[in-house]
Write a protein that binds this ligand. Structure first.
Ligand code: FAD
Length: 430
């Protein structure tokens, strides 16, 4: 059952310790209470919740479970939202903005409680996160937001003035930043593997390498067609996020899959990472085309991620680009070799908010916009609670995302969007 193949350089570093398990050849049942499409964090979190409440659950994935974004990500438990609190307050009002931020806090706490109570071995450390500002203006905005979060919403956050920045990160590229102590890092592959183990132990049937090809409404629920036969179910959850395919053309017009790429260095000389990242925090920055980076859990390598910017073809351009950006931040990494470079798809939508919603009886959890370790697991739980009738509201109840004009699943406009963002990033530095 376990894939024992060697992990290639173009595959995730995480697969060395936690290779995805194929789970192919499992028998497809004829019926289930709930069929879940997609076996990432969202699908498995929903499945666990439903199975614990006694529901008969089948999770179907067209790849090995977890082979989507859930074993490819940076493992930063950000529960981040693209818009700032000030922006949320402008769009939704202050009370709703507070409720969204507080739900992110609850989602983070829920993940940390799950890891502790279920003794999930996923190298989790609540080390904090430093967000770097690219200009004095961004620094002031970060300082204002930190102040609001700590005084009004009970979140441990503070600004870090440029003069104090070297306590956290040995670079002069940022104009100060902010620290959030409620964010940490984990091994995403191990988290997924442990969620899968728990789901199987709770009686969930997880079926890999089986594509769901249609979901038809029937008198008593849904007929779910796959390339290996059909399953009848009372409820269906679509948890396909950045890997949404023509199974759901309606969703495909609303979710933009964007490649995010990560590089991991060779093991670094002893002491080097202590010098570059003295507090070993998770790092991100406030660019529109932002970078995120962190030490690997064993503390020997740097993991550095950002937008890939390509659709297909030779990975050497995006890999070289990330390598260049990494050494721009840390000149000491000049000449350091890379052990891995891989990509995965994050799911963007028009308002950049994660959400849960229902359409024509089908439940959806989607739209992480690059921050799904906390959010998509939480969204999966929220969808399950809606099916069970144990929770009716969530700050993520934004309804379906709006469709994107002239978009049918291939993000042809992204090069232009990236070019504009690049210019905005340059202007922001002035
Ligand atoms: C490179 C990268 C770095 C990231 N870094 C971070 C980070 O540091 N912190 C953070 O919070 N988030 C991060 N993210 C985002 C996070 O990984 C995702 O938001 C999260 O894993 C999404 O989980 P999911 O369960 O919704 O979807 P996924 O894990 O992507 O699972 C969706 C699954 O649906 C399956 N599927 C699709 N269509 C079908 C079909 N027709 N039939 C059957 N199966 C189907 C796919 O095979 C896939 O396995 C990152 C993402 C990437 C790609």
């Amino acid at each position: 059952m376990t894939d024992t193949r060697q992990v290639r350089r173009d595959q995730p570093y995480w697969w060395v310790a936690a290779p995805p398990v194929s789970l192919d050849g499992q028998t497809l049942p004829l019926t289930a209470d709930v069929v879940i499409v997609g076996a990432g964090y969202a699908g498995l979190a929903a499945a666990l919740e439903l199975a614990r409440a006694g529901r008969d659950v089948v999770v179907i994935d067209k790849q090995a479970p977890g082979e989507g974004a859930s074993t490819r990500n940076g493992g930063i438990t950000s529960g981040n939202l693209r818009p700032s609190h000030a922006n949320l307050a402008r769009r939704f009002g202050k009370d709703r903005a507070d409720a969204i931020i507080l739900e992110a806090k609850a989602a983070r706490d829920d993940l940390y409680r799950f890891i502790a109570e279920k003794e999930i071995d996923c190298d989790f450390k609540l080390v904090g996160r430093f967000a770097g500002a690219m200009s004095a203006r961004q620094y002031e905005a970060l300082a204002r937001e930190s102040d609001y979060l700590s005084k009004n919403l009970g979140i441990e956050a503070h600004a870090v003035a440029p003069a104090d920045m070297h306590r956290h990160i040995a670079t002069d590229i940022y104009c100060g930043g902010s620290v959030r102590m409620d964010i940490g890092g984990l091994h995403p592959g191990k988290l997924h593997a442990q969620m899968l183990r728990l789901a199987l132990a709770t009686g969930v049937r997880v079926i890999g390498h089986t594509a769901v090809t249609e979901v038809q409404k029937s008198t008593q629920g849904f007929a779910v067609g796959t390339d290996r036969g059909a399953v009848r179910a009372r409820d269906v959850i679509i948890a396909t996020n950045g890997y949404t395919d023509p199974l759901d053309r309606w969703l495909q017009r609303r979710i933009v899959p964007v490649r995010s790429r990560i590089i991991v260095t060779e093991a670094l000389a002893p002491g080097l990472l202590d010098r570059l990242l003295p507090t070993r925090m998770m790092i991100s920055d406030k660019r529109k085309l932002s970078y995120y980076f962190r030490p690997t859990p064993d503390g020997t390598r740097l993991l550095f991620g950002g937008r890939d910017g390509t659709f297909a073809g030779d990975p050497s351009w995006p890999t070289d680009h990330l390598h260049r950006e990494m050494t721009r931040i840390f000149p000491d990494l000049q000449g350091i070799g890379l052990a891995h470079s891989w990509y995965g798809y994050v799911a963007m939508n028009r308002d950049m908010m994660p959400r849960v919603f229902q359409r024509e009886g089908i439940h959806y959890a989607t739209g992480c916009c690059g921050s799904g370790v906390v959010w998509l697991r939480w969204a999966g739980r929220k969808v399950a609670e809606k099916i069970l009738g144990t929770s009716t509201t969530s700050a993520l109840d934004f309804g379906p995302p709006k469709s994107i004009p002239l978009f049918r699943g291939k993000a042809w406009f992204m090069p232009a969007v990236f070019a504009v963002m690049k210019i905005q990033d340059r202007m922001a530095r002035r």
